[in-house]
Write a protein that binds this ligand. Structure first.
Ligand SMILES: [Zn+2]
Ligand SMILES: [Zn+2]
Length: 147
């Protein structure tokens, strides 16, 4: 089995500034939390983390900032096998697409990257004449710790 590879995330703040987005204090705070998150955050978890640093931040600002990041294609929205119901999770887009492995026992999410995945995307684009902008693959199962 291949080891879990680290994926690198695009620098959100720089990407936004280069698109002419005005970085308010609260936007910067939210973007920094998403960028630095070790896991995949949903809107409420993001709001809670932000609120501990700036109690004046409200949920609307969180949702608007997430919508803006999505509009610019800078974050991916995931449902991660609906491990926790209908929640959606966000992560800064990575330089290469990755597959999410969701443990249905402990809820751990692992990220897996493979050149085969890149090849598969290429094959789809060639054979279907389809240009892929976003791709999402999730596997549900039991992780090595829970087996
Ligand atoms: Zn597990
Ligand atoms: Zn991920």
């Amino acid at each position: 089995m291949e080891p879990e590879e680290r994926v690198t995330r695009r620098p959100l703040e720089r990407e936004l500034v280069s698109r002419g987005v005005r970085m308010t204090h609260q936007r910067r705070l939210l973007v920094q939390i998403i960028q630095g998150a070790d896991g995949h955050l949903d809107a409420i978890a993001l709001w809670q983390r932000a609120r501990s640093q700036d109690p004046t931040i409200n949920k609307v600002t969180v949702y608007r900032t997430l919508a803006m990041l999505k509009k610019y294609g800078l974050v991916d929205e995931l449902d991660l096998m609906h491990l926790e119901g209908g929640r959606h999770y966000y992560e800064a887009k990575t330089t290469r697409d990755h597959i999410h492995l969701a443990c249905l026992k402990c809820g751990r999410i692992q990220e897996f990257e493979s050149s085969l995945f890149e090849k598969l995307k290429g094959q789809i684009e060639r054979e279907q004449q389809f240009r892929i902008n976003t791709v999402r693959v999730e596997a549900g199962g039991v992780c090595d710790r829970c087996k």
